[in-house]
Design a protein around this ligand. Structure first.
Ligand code: F6P
Length: 474
């Protein structure tokens, strides 16, 4: 019992890979949540509790006393939980990623899914066990009245479980995803709905990326749980306890990003991209290959744009980086294949000997992504639904004259909408028209909008975003 500030998240700041000779290699964990928080806890005493995600992680934990990877990394101390692989798989893949993620991003193809039968019940039991393991570890590690920052949809039950173990603690929960409206959230079985909502309400402070997601959560509490939601005061009261609701629109540390993007590895990727693209205009997108990112409709929109505007043939290139994600799930593997099929179709239809209209790359390469941002004339961000979308914020920082085509369903639209070309993510023709408008936007207009986009994107950098939430835990 020693830490005064603790973070809990499924994915941790580091991960390990097991090599053939049994050795372990360490690298940084990936994803928006991890990169934001890693920056915040750099060289601090904040204890980060996370799950072992792979055999490599489990190998590292087994060599570490109490699962504590202390002081070995600039992230500060880490405690990795060695949850049995089958339990972890059901909690992470089946419940968190295939159920809660799908509900909150409105991803179900409802004639076929979801289906909540006995199999789901076993998965749900594992989700409880997994959340319980976090609650127990946090209860063991937290000092009296410590502040515990629980992250995301993987850990919705942990706040209430932790409160039972340690009523002295000050607990926050933060959702990095959107939140579904009550009629969609109610696809979940009634008892599961109640457990998720009361799980989060176990926290003193429940944070969201936008007012829209916060409102949806409060609506769910009111409609599906019978809690009292005070929208003006942003509180939810249930069974005598009140949880404060916070809106914390995570932004980007502009200086750090600009410095990283000025490094030589990024410069050399820029040279490679310039050689490929020549003096043509560049439309860029950068995403995880994620169902909610709407990559296929984005490519279809580009295809429609090319069909409608032959004058652009040979004068524009679309660079689409769609790096791998959640490949344990069949839907994600199929989606990657669909993205590749669509790209091939565009190539077959339009490529000529000296013009490649589309360059699709499905490998992760951070410096190359930074290089693409810097060269972009247009950035396409068209998710079906997204908690925030930091790509939309990073782009304008690195390319001040880049026009942003942005889905109205991305959390970032709340701050960036006025200076973007907003699109309905399902409207392929509308997106095609927006791509054309973005390419032809006058230079001065690009710069004026770019300046305002950059300001909005850097308004709440991770450090302040985190401090505000700590301060909210009075
Ligand atoms: O949007 C929620 C989130 O946790 C992001 O912060 C992160 O980029 C993404 O999901 C990563 O998911 P996973 O850990 O499953 O790769």
């Amino acid at each position: 019992m020693s830490s005064t500030v603790l973070i809990a998240s499924n994915r941790g700041p580091v991960s390990f890979t097991l090599s053939d000779d049994g050795g372990l290699t360490m690298r940084r964990g990936g994803g928006g949540l991890v990169s934001g928080l890693s920056e915040v806890v750099k060289d601090t005493d904040v204890l980060w509790v996370c799950a072992a995600l792979s055999d490599g992680d489990r190998g590292a934990v087994r060599h570490a006393p109490g699962g504590r990877l202390d002081r070995a990394f600039e992230t500060g101390p880490i405690r990795m939980l060695d949850i049995p692989p089958a339990v972890f798989h059901r909690a992470y893949n089946a419940v968190a990623n295939s159920t809660l993620w799908f509900v909150n991003h409105l991803l179900y193809n409802t004639p076929f899914s979801p289906e909540f039968g006995t199999r789901f019940r076993r998965e749900w039991e594992s989700y409880r066990t997994y959340n319980g393991a976090f609650a127990l570890a946090l209860a063991e590690e937290a000092a009296h009245r410590a502040r515990v920052m629980v992250q995301d949809y993987h850990l919705t039950l942990t706040p209430a479980m932790l409160r039972v173990e340690r009523p002295d603690l000050r607990i926050a929960h933060f959702s990095h995803t959107p939140w579904a409206p009550p009629e969609y959230f109610a696809l979940l079985p009634e008892d599961v709905v109640a457990e998720v909502l009361t799980g989060i309400l176990g926290a003193d402070h429940a944070g969201f990326l936008t007012a829209r997601w916060a409102r949806a959560f409060m609506d769910c509490c009111e409609t599906l749980l019978g809690a009292r939601a005070d929208h003006a005061a942003r509180t939810v009261t249930y069974e005598g306890r009140t949880t404060r609701i916070g809106v914390h629109p995570l932004g980007v540390n502009g200086e750090a990003l600009l410095a990283r993007a000025g490094e030589p590895d990024v410069e050399s990727h820029m040279t490679v991209i310039r050689d490929l693209v020549g003096d043509r205009k560049l439309i860029v997108r950068i995403d995880r290959t994620e169902l909610s990112k709407n990559i296929v409709r984005g490519l279809r929109a580009y295809q429609e744009f090319l069909a409608a505007h032959p004058e652009w043939h040979g004068r524009v290139v679309h660079l689409a980086f769609a790096y791998p994600s959640r490949h344990d799930l069949p839907e994600y593997r199929e989606y990657t294949a669909a993205v590749q099929r669509c790209a091939k179709e565009i190539e077959d239809e339009y490529a000529t000997e000296d013009w490649d209209p589309l360059i699709l790359n499905v490998n992760d390469d951070y410096p190359r992504s930074l290089a693409a941002y810097r060269l972009a004339d247009v950035l396409l961000v068209n998710p079906i639904r997204d908690g925030m979308n930091l790509v939309a914020k990073e782009g304008p920082i690195l390319s001040p004259r880049c026009a942003l085509v942005l889905s109205r369903e991305a959390g970032a639209a709340a701050e960036l909408g006025a200076d973007s070309l907003l699109v309905n993510p399902y409207d392929v023709s509308g997106t095609a028209a927006a791509l054309h408008e973005a390419l032809t936007l006058p230079e001065q207009e690009r710069l004026t909008r770019g300046l305002r986009l950059r300001e909005a994107a850097t308004a709440l950098p991770p450090q302040r975003w985190f401090e505000d939430q700590l301060a909210a835990l009075i």
